[in-house]
Design a protein around this ligand. Structure first.
Ligand SMILES: Cc1cc2nc3c(=O)[nH]c(=O)nc-3n(C[C@H](O)[C@H](O)[C@H](O)COP(=O)(O)OP(=O)(O)OC[C@H]3O[C@@H](n4cnc5c(N)ncnc54)[C@H](O)[C@@H]3O)c2cc1C
Length: 394
C-alpha cells in the first residue's frame, strides 16, 4: 500500500470527486488542497499511478512550436524546477536538459523555425548545430545528428516518485486518495452531476466531478453524458539492462518518432511511435513494437546493439485528433470538469493541476488553459502544434 492512500471509510459525499489517481488527478488534488479545498476524493480502479502515469517515458520540456502549447507547458516546466521542494519529496528531476534531435535538413529547418518562434515569445531554448549536438550526444550515430533544439532546464523525472510525492502531500492536507474502487456510473439531475456510483453500488455525492481517467477517459465521458469523440490509444516502452552513463539529456528523435533517456541507475528507457497507434485500452504489448523500438534505438545509438532488454510495458492514453488535451468545464454541465486527451500529460501535469484548481476555486479560466477548452474539440478547432514526436490525425 502506498503511503498516503486512505484506508478508512469513504464519506457519503465530497466537495470534489476526481476520477483517476494518475498524475493529473493527484496534481489537481494537491493544488486544490493548497487552496484550502481539502474535502476531495481521488478514486482509482487500480492503484495510484497504475495508469499511464507509472508507465511513461518521463520526459519533460516546454519548447513546442505553438503559443498554446508553449504557454501551458512553460508554466509546467517552471513548476518542475522546484517540485521536489514543494512536495518535500525527491522526484529525481534530472537537470541534463532535453534535446529534440533533427537528422535531416528538413527537420533541422523545422527546429530553426521553432527556435525563432520560441525566441519571439521569450521561451528559453538553444539551437545546437551538428558539431555541438554531437558533443551533447557523443554516443549517437553521426549520420543521425544534423542538429538539435535544446532546453537546458528540461529533462526527466522519476514517474513513481512524482506520483508518490503528489499523493503524500495531498493526503497530508486531508485529501482522500483511494485505490481499487471503480466508478461505473455518474448520476445526474438536469445539468448537474450529483453522485458517482462505484462497482459495489456505493454512491458518493459530489459538488464537482472531474474526469481524469487517462486512457479510460472516454468511458467516464460516456458515464457523464459528455460527447467529445476522444479515443484511447496504447503506447509502449522498453528498458535495458544498466550500462555505464552514455546519455545525459532526454532525447526526442524526430526521425524515429522516438523518445528516450538513461536513468540514474544506467538503464536506457525508450519508446517509439508508429504512424498509426493501436486504439485500444489493452495493456498487452506487442512484438512489433519491441522490434520497432530495438531497431530504431540501435540505429540512433549503435552501442545498444546486443544489450539485454529488462522490461517492456504498455500504457494507455486518451487522445484528441490534434493530440492536445481537453481541459476545463463542460459548457452544458454545471459541475463537471475534464482533464482528458493527455498524450504529454506527465510533463503538463503541474500546470494543468494549478490552472484547473484555480478554475474550480474561482470559476475563472486562465488564458493558458482557455485554448484547450472542450469546445475546441467539438468544433474541430485544432491547435497547429508541429513539434510533437507523434503522428496527429488532425
Ligand atoms: C509508453 C508511454 C510513454 C509516455 N511518455 C510520456 C513522456 O515522456 N512525457 C509525457 O509528458 N507524457 C508521456 N506519456 C503520457 C502520460 O503518461 C500521460 O499523458 C499521463 O500519465 C496522463 O495522466 P493521467 O493522470 O491523465 O492518466 P493515468 O495516469 O492513466 O491515470 C488515470 C487513472 O484513472 C483510473 N481510472 C480509469 N477509469 C476509472 C474508473 N472508471 N474509475 C476509477 N478510476 C479509473 C486508472 O486506473 C488510472 O490510474 C506517455 C504515456 C505512455 C503510455
Amino acid at each position: 500500500m502506498l503511503p498516503g492512500v486512505h484506508t478508512g471509510a469513504i464519506r457519503s459525499g465530497y466537495d470534489v470527486v476526481i476520477v483517476g489517481a494518475g498524475i493529473q488527478g493527484l496534481a489537481l488534488a494537491h493544488e486544490l488542497a493548497k487552496r484550502g479545498i481539502t474535502d476531495v476524493l481521488v478514486i482509482d480502479r487500480s492503484w495510484p499511478g497504475g495508469g499511464a502515469s507509472g508507465r511513461n517515458g518521463e520526459l519533460i520540456r516546454s519548447a513546442f512550436s505553438s503559443p498554446e502549447w508553449c504557454g501551458l507547458f512553460d508554466l509546467a516546466l517552471d513548476k518542475w524546477q522546484t517540485l521536489s521542494a514543494e512536495l518535500d519529496y525527491n522526484i529525481l528531476f534530472n537537470r541534463d536538459g532535453y534535446a529534440v534531435l533533427a537528422s535531416t535538413e528538413e527537420q533541422w529547418a523545422m527546429l530553426q523555425r521553432d527556435r525563432a518562434f520560441q525566441r519571439s515569445i521569450g521561451l528559453r531554448s538553444e539551437l545546437l548545430d551538428d558539431a555541438d549536438a554531437r558533443r551533447l550526444l557523443p554516443a549517437a550515430a553521426p549520420e543521425m545528428v544534423r542538429g538539435a533544439l535544446y532546453q537546458p532546464h528540461g529533462g526527466f523525472a522519476h514517474h513513481d516518485s512524482v506520483v508518490a510525492g503528489y499523493l503524500e502531500q495531498a493526503a497530508a492536507r486531508g485529501v482522500h486518495v483511494v485505490g481499487g474502487r471503480e466508478v461505473v456510473a455518474v448520476e445526474r439531475s438536469g445539468s448537474r452531476a450529483t453522485a458517482v456510483v462505484l462497482a459495489d453500488g456505493t454512491r458518493i455525492g459530489c459538488g464537482v466531478v472531474v474526469n481524469a481517467a487517462g486512457g479510460h477517459a472516454p468511458d467516464v465521458d460516456r458515464m457523464l453524458g459528455v460527447e467529445l469523440g476522444i479515443l484511447s490509444a496504447r503506447l509502449e516502452m522498453i528498458v535495458t539492462q544498466p550500462m555505464r552513463p552514455f546519455l545525459g539529456p532526454a532525447v526526442a528523435a524526430l526521425d524515429l518518432l522516438g523518445y528516450c533517456h538513461q536513468t540514474m541507475r544506467g538503464e536506457f528507457v525508450g519508446g517509439t511511435e508508429l504512424a498509426h497507434v493501436d486504439q485500444t485500452t489493452s495493456l498487452r504489448g506487442t512484438w512489433a513494437m519491441v522490434r520497432d523500438m530495438a531497431t530504431k534505438f540501435t540505429r540512433l545509438f549503435p552501442s545498444l546493439a546486443g544489450v539485454r532488454l529488462l522490461r517492456h510495458w504498455a500504457g494507455t492514453v486518451s487522445q484528441t485528433p490534434d493530440l492536445a488535451p481537453a481541459l476545463g468545464p463542460v459548457p452544458e454541465l454545471e459541475n463537471v470538469v475534464l482533464s482528458v486527451g493527455w498524450v504529454y500529460g506527465f510533463m503538463g501535469a503541474p500546470a494543468a493541476g494549478e490552472l484547473l484548481a484555480a478554475y474550480i476555486d474561482t470559476g475563472r479560466v486562465d488564458p493558458r488553459l482557455a485554448p484547450f477548452g472542450i469546445e475546441r474539440v467539438r468544433e474541430g478547432r485544432w491547435i497547429a502544434e508541429g513539434s510533437l514526436v507523434v503522428e496527429t490525425a488532425a
